[in-house]
Design a protein around this ligand. Sequence first.
Ligand SMILES: Nc1ncnc2c1ncn2[C@@H]1O[C@H](COP(=O)(O)OP(=O)(O)OP(=O)(O)O)[C@@H](O)[C@H]1O
Ligand SMILES: [Mg+2]
Length: 467
Amino acid sequence: MISTIHAVTTSFFPKWDTELLFKILNNIHDVVLVIDSDTTIVFANEAYAKILGVPIAKVLGRRLDRIEPSAKTIEVLCTGQSSYCRRSYLDSLGINVVGSTFPLYNGKKIIGCVSIFKNINDVVELNRELNQTKGVADYLKEQLDQEEHLPNSFEEYIGRNSRLKETLKLAAKVAKTDSTVLILGESGVGKEVLARVVHNSSARKNKPMIKVNCAAIPEDLIESELFGYEDGAFTGAKKGGKLGKFELAHRGTIFLDEIGDMSLTMQAKLLRVLQEKEFERIGGTRAIKVDIRVIAATNRNLESMIEEGSFRSDLYYRLNIVPIMLTPLRERKDDILELAKVFLKQFSGEVGHELTLSPQVERLLKSYEWPGNIRELKNVLEHASIVSNSKVITSNHLPARIIRKKQRSNVKDRSYDIKEIVASVEKEVILSALNACNNNRTNALRALGISRKSFYNKLHQYGIIDI
Ligand SMILES: Nc1ncnc2c1ncn2[C@@H]1O[C@H](COP(=O)(O)OP(=O)(O)OP(=O)(O)O)[C@@H](O)[C@H]1O
Ligand SMILES: [Mg+2]
């Protein structure tokens, strides 16, 4: 019985009056709008002005069918059917609202309608931004996947070398835990690739791995990059503030790359976050808690940095819980050809024909020291795949440094042959000009400042083209 629900109010309101009713309606934070049977607005509460930004006096007594002809309220007046929690758009104000509308009866006759609704413009806008960001993120992810075919799991990771296998075993074990991992190794050895594999093999794989390149961010920006900032925290700050990398990595992994390049001041701040798993945004007072897994990497020797005072020992001990040292390529030569084949397969797809290595190139690749490790091997093969017009990559398609090394070690008596040295330098310069000009020969010969005839003679002489 509906009346019994309200029955207690009769004693509470001995003298029920409109003033009291309006007081109640004005304290409601949603808009309350009442129209009569010809859509004239007979009541609007104070929230109307606050939420829609229109003074009440301007609308009272005006007909809603003239201000907002497609308003849901008018529809309810015509049909007599209530509408609950429906979303609509107010054309006259450019505002999205959500709310309910009920007909008012006098006996069986509809005498008007009441609408109660709120402005959801911010929510709609946020939703739009969120969807856009998601779209951009998906797009970028797709691009990344297309650009590099990198191992995504330990199964895909190339390597038969026994030392590497031991390293991967340890990495696979630690991936399952939440422990902090410190990946060490020379430049180009694949530290970032391994960090990604560890993240993708962890329970956090469906959350993001957020990378912070500690060497690339200017000192005065790194704090806002890591911790974010509140609205108006400093001049030039983005309106509405910005989330820092630690917040973006919540429930996922934060990858602190080039950790050895972080200043001592930032090291102290980072240490606090790692110890307490909480921080404050710049300009904020609230402590923000995050659930993150940390993977750090560096090609620097942190222990000698501690000795010279440029790396905090307490931060080192916090990071060095499970250190993983990646073997340089020259110490896992048994993997060079397998890696080379994977890269060649990738480049074959790009140049449009199958590429193979000549036996001499295989020998050269195996004997070279690879100071730039896997990155250098990949770059050398990419370059060779572009400059070779045939299906077989020969030593003519390799940079001089790779061939020179071999000759110096094996053919000592020819290492001072000036003609050969000049020729190999010349060849390298031509290849690099072609590379810089995206293989456009006319632009390359212009950049080299030689005649077309002499350019083509040299291409032929060095086996850069077959004609
Ligand atoms: N296991 C791998 N399989 C395939 N490609 C790899 C592998 N490891 C590294 N690479 C290639 O080498 C490049 C360099 O790898 P990565 O960026 O992980 O090296 P790094 O150790 O982080 O180097 P740096 O110290 O210079 O930052 C990658 O972009 C990828 O092309
Ligand atoms: Mg790296």
